[in-house]
Design a protein around this ligand. Structure first.
Ligand SMILES: [Zn+2]
Ligand SMILES: [Zn+2]
Length: 212
C-alpha cells in the first residue's frame, strides 16, 4: 500500500484535517484544512509533500478556514474541489456570520465534485460519494485501498451530524448514512469532521441514531 492517511485535530472545534499521501511520489491531497493552518504547512514542508488538491467535504467555515492561508503559502496552487450544491454557502462565508466567527471564503472551487466521481492520487482511486443532509452538497471520500472514508459532518462516533443549520435535513442525512456509509465494508475506518474516529461496524451496532 502506497497511500498513507494522516489526521490532525486543529482549532477550538476539534476539526479533523486529513492528509492523503502517496508515500512514493510525496503527492498529497488535504481534506478540510481548518484553523491553525501553520501546523499543516509545517507538516507539508517537513515531509516535502506536493499538495495537488484541497478537497472540501462541505461548505462550512470551520472546514475551509485554512484554505486561503495554504493557497497563499504553497509553492504551487492546488486544485480546490467541492460539490456545487454548497457553492452559495461557501460564498456566503460558510455560515460563519451566524456563529460570529467571520471567515473569508476562498475563491470559487476549480473543480466541482459529483457522486461516484473518481479522483486519483497516483494510482490510488479516491471515490466521491454524495451525502446530503448536514448540508445539501456534503460529500465523503472513500479510499478503498486504505479501508478509510473521510466523512465530514455526516456521522460521528455514536452520533450523527446536526441538521438544524441552513440546508439541513435529518431524514436526508440518515438516508445518506444508510446508502453511502453502511454499504461500505464493516471494517472501514470512518474519519469524521470532528472528534474521534470510528468504523462502519461500530456505528452499525452502537449508533443510537441508526437503531432499526
Ligand atoms: Zn459542518
Ligand atoms: Zn464541522
Amino acid at each position: 500500500m502506497t497511500i498513507k492517511v494522516w489526521v490532525f485535530s486543529t482549532g477550538q472545534l476539534g476539526n479533523n484535517v486529513v492528509f492523503l499521501i502517496n508515500e512514493e511520489s510525496k503527492e498529497a491531497f488535504i481534506v478540510d484544512p481548518s484553523y491553525e493552518p501553520e501546523i499543516v504547512l509545517d507538516f507539508i514542508t517537513d515531509q516535502a509533500l506536493k499538495v495537488k488538491m484541497i478537497l472540501l467535504t462541505h461548505g462550512h467555515f470551520d472546514h475551509f478556514a485554512g484554505v486561503n492561508y495554504l493557497i497563499a503559502n504553497l509553492p504551487e496552487k492546488p486544485i480546490l474541489a467541492m460539490h456545487r450544491d454548497d457553492l452559495e454557502l461557501l460564498r456566503d462565508g460558510g455560515g460563519s456570520k451566524a456563529f460570529h466567527m467571520p471567515v473569508l471564503p476562498p475563491e470559487d472551487p476549480d473543480l466541482f465534485l459529483e457522486d461516484k466521481m473518481e479522483l486519483k492520487l497516483g494510482e490510488t482511486p479516491i471515490q466521491v460519494r454524495l451525502t446530503p443532509g448536514h448540508t445539501a452538497g456534503s460529500v465523503l471520500f472513500y479510499i478503498a485501498e486504505a479501508k478509510t472514508a473521510v466523512c465530514g459532518d455526516l456521522i460521528f462516533y455514536h452520533s450523527v451530524g446536526r441538521t438544524d443549520l441552513a440546508g439541513g435535513s435529518h431524514e436526508t442525512l440518515i438516508e445518506s448514512i444508510q446508502t453511502q456509509v453502511l454499504t461500505l465494508p464493516p471494517e472501514t475506518r470512518l474519519i469524521p469532521g470532528h472528534g474521534e474516529e470510528t468504523t462502519v461496524r461500530e456505528e452499525m451496532l452502537h449508533n443510537p441514531f441508526l437503531a432499526a
